[in-house]
Design a protein around this ligand. Structure first.
Ligand SMILES: *Cc1c(COP(=O)(O)O)cnc(C)c1O
Length: 397
C-alpha cells in the first residue's frame, strides 16, 4: 500500500452537523451497561422513568410512544395510526424534510396537498388557514408540518398554525415533526394543541440514532381507534397498554433507553427554559458571525430563525461541498451538506445538543479558518463578532 496516509487528527472530532449530534460522555457511559431482561422488574423501573421524563420534555400529560427506529419510522407511525389510504392531508413545502415526509405520505396512498414554498420560509399560517376555511366539507384529515426544517434552518410558527386551524373551525388533526427541535427549541405538545408530535433521538436529545417518538393527543388516539387500516408493529394501542407497567410488547432498545434516562436527566438539571435560551444565544452569535463574514443566512424571516442550526449561503461560484471537504480534512470538523436543491450552494452549522460557548467558538473558528484554507472570499472577523455577541460586548460597541 503506497497510498498517502489519511490526515492524522488529534483531539476530538467536531460533529457540527444538525444531527446526529455530539453524544455527552455521561450518556455514553450510561449506555455502556449490561443489557437486562426486558421482562424483569428492573426494566419496568427504567421504562416508567423514561416515559415519564419524555412527557416533561414534550410538555405533555398524554402518552409518548417510543420506538426502536429512526425518525423516519416515527413519521410512518404517525401516519399509519391516524390516517388511511385515500385520506387528504395538507402539508407545506418548507424544505427537504417536508418533501421527504410528503413522499412517504404519497407512498402510503394519502392525497397530499403540498403548499409550495421557497425553502427560505416556514409553513405559512395564513395560507394554511385560508385553505382550511375553504374546505367546508372537511375533506382534509390532517395538517402536517415540520417544526424545524433541518435542511434550511427555518423554524415554523406552530402556535400560529394552531390558531389558524382553530380560526377556520376545522377538525383536521395536527401532526408536527420535531425531530431536530425537541430538546433544543421551545415546543409544547399540549399547550399548542398538537395531535401527534414526531421526534428522534439523535438531535436535540443528544443520543445516538435509534429511537423514534410519537407524542399522542386524546384526539389522535381516538382517530387511531377508529382507523381500520392495517398496521401492526407501529400500532400505538398495544405499546401504550404495555407501557402502563413499564414494558413494551417486543424487545425495546434497552441500552438506548439507559442513555435516554441520562439525557433527560441532563435536560432537567439544566432546566428546559435554560436549554432553549442557550440554543437561542448560540444561534444569535452564529448569525453575528455569518453577517460579519459578509455572507447570507438562508432563512429569510427573522421570526423563523432556527436556534438548532444555521444554513449559510456560499458566495456565488464557490462549491459548499468542496469547502466542507477542506474543513473536514484540515480541522476534523463535519459541517452539514446542502440537501437536494441546496446541494453545493449551502452549508449548515449545527449548534444544537451537547454544546457550550467554547464549542461554538471552536466551531466558528473552524468555519472561518476553512474559508482561507479553501480559498473562499470572506470578510475576516466573524469569530470576534460571535464572541462579542456571547459576551454582550456587541451592544456596547
Ligand atoms: C433528521 C430528520 C428527519 C429524519 O430522521 P431519521 O432519523 O434520519 O430518519 C426527519 N425530519 C427532520 C426535521 C429531521 O431533522
Amino acid at each position: 500500500m503506497n497510498e498517502a496516509p489519511a490526515t492524522l487528527h488529534t483531539g476530538r472530532h467536531f460533529l457540527q452537523i444538525p444531527g446526529p449530534t455530539n453524544v455527552p460522555d455521561r450518556v455514553l457511559r450510561a449506555i455502556d451497561m449490561p443489557t437486562i431482561d426486558h421482562r424483569g422488574p428492573e426494566f419496568a423501573r427504567l421504562g416508567l422513568a423514561v416515559i415519564d421524563g419524555c412527557k416533561r420534555v414534550f410538555q405533555t400529560a398524554q402518552p409518548v410512544v417510543i420506538y426502536p427506529s429512526s425518525g423516519t419510522g416515527a413519521w410512518e407511525a404517525a401516519i399509519l395510526n391516524t390516517l388511511s389510504p385515500g385520506d387528504r392531508v395538507l402539508m407545506a413545502e418548507t424544505g427537504h424534510f417536508a418533501t421527504l415526509w410528503r413522499k412517504m405520505a404519497e407512498k402510503l396512498k394519502l392525497g397530499v396537498e403540498f403548499q409550495p414554498g421557497d425553502w427560505r420560509h416556514g409553513a405559512d399560517p395564513a395560507t394554511i388557514g385560508a385553505r382550511l376555511a375553504d374546505d367546508r366539507g372537511h375533506a382534509i384529515k390532517a395538517v402536517m408540518v415540520v417544526h424545524n426544517e433541518t435542511s434550511t434552518g427555518v423554524t415554523s410558527r406552530i402556535p400560529e398554525i394552531r390558531r389558524a386551524i382553530d380560526q377556520a373551525n376545522h377538525p383536521a388533526l395536527f401532526l408536527v415533526d420535531t425531530i431536530s427541535s425537541l430538546g433544543s427549541i421551545d415546543y409544547r405538545h399540549d399547550e399548542w394543541g398538537v395531535d401527534v408530535t414526531v421526534a428522534g433521538s439523535q438531535k436535540g436529545l443528544m443520543l445516538p440514532p435509534g429511537l423514534g417518538f410519537n407524542a399522542v393527543s386524546d384526539k389522535a388516539l381516538a382517530a387511531s381507534r377508529a382507523n381500520a387500516s392495517p398496521r401492526s408493529y407501529w400500532d400505538w394501542q398495544e405499546i401504550i397498554a404495555a407501557n402502563r407497567t413499564g414494558y413494551w410488547p417486543y424487545t425495546p432498545a434497552t441500552n438506548l433507553l439507559y442513555g435516554l434516562r441520562e439525557a433527560l436527566a441532563m435536560l432537567e438539571e439544566e432546566g428546559l427554559a435554560n436549554v432553549f435560551a442557550r440554543h437561542d444565544r448560540h444561534a444569535a452569535a452564529t448569525r453575528a458571525a455569518v453577517r460579519a463574514w459578509g455572507m447570507d443566512i438562508l432563512c429569510a424571516d427573522p421570526r423563523e430563525y432556527s436556534s438548532a442550526l444555521t444554513a449559510v449561503m456560499m458566495p456565488q461560484g464557490y462549491d459548499a461541498d468542496h469547502y466542507r471537504g477542506v474543513v473536514l480534512d484540515r480541522f476534523d470538523m463535519s459541517l452539514g451538506t446542502g440537501l437536494a436543491k441546496l446541494k453545493g450552494t449551502v452549508f449548515r452549522i449545527g449548534h444544537l445538543g451537547h454544546f457550550n460557548d467554547l464549542t461554538l467558538m471552536g466551531t466558528l473558528a473552524g468555519v472561518e479558518m476553512g474559508f482561507d484554507a479553501a480559498g473562499v472570499p470572506y470578510t475576516p472577523g466573524g469569530v470576534i463578532a460571535a464572541m462579542n455577541s456571547l459576551t454582550g460586548r456587541a451592544e456596547n460597541l
